[in-house]
Design a protein around this ligand. Structure first.
Ligand code: PHE
Length: 467
């Protein structure tokens, strides 16, 4: 019997699930920090430019590959290339990437669970102390929370595409939007918030540099969940009656709006906390910002709303981040699962079990990488720095490889599947695509400027991190 692969129930179901994947730590934390450090609205303009001219076409290409082949990334690259072994290997890279990103994203999500539990038991004060993060992430009790999280994630994935992934997104995405709007509205009423708003929204072009431009593209790519095989797989669950360019536009708008509002939340909060904030001091890593810096900001709100009030705001914020992380985590763990189902013809139940075992196998050393085990904490060194197992996974698969996978998608669509193949899939559900400006732009750019830009970003990242 051929396993029923599952399908989203409607266009809206797809949009919510894809937005659930796209909205994550990248939007809520990395984006506000990058924008504040790189000239505010000036960064925003460059970012929007990349979203529209680079990411949007790549996203359409990924979704179309999935929908045409009705396969996971390995199957999609191999089927659409007529069984080419070399392209199958490329597809494997598009499975390995989400597989490993899931490992390190699981660890961060476990920390979020621990923080939520601490906050709910009145621990805001202790979380805002410098040393707390280091202690919490080295505690063996983390394994308990790891199991708790994995049970939730795999129970959702056992529910399948419609009953698991889509249902989760249908509940969590609207909740997330409401929480984000309410929190932003609250923070904007605080004294000092306006300094943050002007810092964010007044463009300062003098802060722009080549590194900024590079960073804006990586951030845009990452934020839309591109280069992770996710949209290829989600495309394979997308109905052939629906319009790919239009749905892609909605996902892009949702993702970018959340990033924009997160900036409007985080920066005014920081400036209300300390009007003399020097943004150079803001941590570059999202992890440092959420777990070490933001608890201090929330604690400082007790002057205005009392300790309980401040704790409630913190709980709402961390719940928001947890929801965003959970929908992203579910989306990324689904990719290897869909591969096991398609390629090994096993049932979803078996595939979920296999993946649960494999993910745990790698998540355990990653959890132990922050002080619990010396071996995993000082796992290796490159670029002149000692790196843990967690750092290694994050550097290779999160920071570096996505533009390379994006590059292969473009080259594949332009030169192997060919624009005629891609177009023939996009017109299903969108007959107006033929002859449109978008088609002309994709015809011209997908095999030329877009892959070149992605390759440049890839090479420069390799250069910065490893050499
Ligand atoms: N787009 C996500 C974000 O902005 C990135 C991501 C997706 C990470 C899926 C992991 C899994 O955070």
């Amino acid at each position: 019997m051929v396993e029923d692969r599952g399908q989203f129930s409607s266009k809206l179901g797809f949009i919510l699930a894809a937005a659930g994947s796209a909205v994550g730590l990248g939007n809520l934390v990395a984006f506000p920090v990058m924008a504040s450090k790189n000239g505010g609205a000036a960064f925003l303009i460059v970012y929007l430019f990349f979203i529209a001219f680079i990411c949007y076409p790549v996203m359409i290409a990924e979704i179309s590959m999935g929908r045409r082949s009705q396969r996971n990334p390995v199957g999609a690259f191999s089927d659409l290339s007529g069984g080419s072994f070399a392209w199958k290997i490329v597809g494997m890279l598009a499975i390995l990437t989400p597989f490993m990103i899931a490992v390190f994203y699981t660890v961060i999500t476990v920390w979020l669970v621990v923080y939520l539990k601490e906050l709910l038991s009145g621990g805001l004060e202790s979380l805002s102390q410098e040393a707390t993060f280091g202690q919490l992430v080295a505690e063996p009790s983390l394994f308990f929370y790891l199991i708790f999280l994995l049970v939730i994630v795999f129970a959702i994935l056992l529910g399948g595409v419609k009953g698991g992934i889509e249902r989760l997104a249908r509940v969590l995405m609207p909740t997330l939007a409401v929480m984000l709007l309410l929190l932003t509205a609250f923070v904007l009423t605080l004294d000092g918030a306006s300094a943050g708003i002007s810092y964010y929204l007044v463009p300062d072009f003098s802060k722009m540099s080549l590194t900024t431009v590079n960073g804006a593209l990586s951030q845009a790519f990452f934020s839309l969940s591109l280069g992770m095989g996710i949209l290829i797989t989600y495309g394979s669950y997308f109905s052939r009656e629906d319009n790919i360019p239009q749905s892609t536009r909605m996902v892009t708008i949702a993702d970018t709006s959340v990033a924009f509002f997160a900036g409007l939340l985080i920066l005014p909060a920081i400036f209300a906390f300390d009007p003399n904030t020097n943004t150079d001091d803001l941590s570059t890593s999202s992890v440092g910002l959420i777990f070490s810096f933001l608890p201090k900001i929330f604690l400082s709100m007790q002057v205005a709303v009392g300790y309980t009030g401040a704790s409630i705001v913190a709980v709402i914020f961390f719940t928001l981040v947890f929801f965003a992380a959970l929908t992203s985590l579910v989306s990324i763990v689904e990719i290897p699962i869909s591969c096991w189902i398609d390629e090994f013809k096993i049932s979803r139940k078996k595939a979920v079990l296999v993946q649960a075992g494999l993910l745990s196998l790698f998540a355990i050393p990653a959890v132990m990488s922050l002080g619990m085990s010396d071996f995993f904490t000082n796992f290796t060194s490159y670029g002149g720095v000692t790196k843990s197992f967690f750092d290694l996974v994050s550097d290779v698969f999160y920071e570096t490889i996505l533009p390379l996978v994006g590059f292969t998608v473009c080259i594949f669509c332009a030169y192997r599947w060919k624009m005629s193949g891609l177009t023939s899939e996009i017109v299903v559900g969108d007959p107006d695509f033929e002859g449109s400006l978008l088609q002309k732009y994709m015809n011209f750019s997908l095999g030329t400027i877009i892959p070149v830009v992605l390759l440049v970003v890839f090479i420069s990242t390799v250069y910065t991190i490893y050499l």
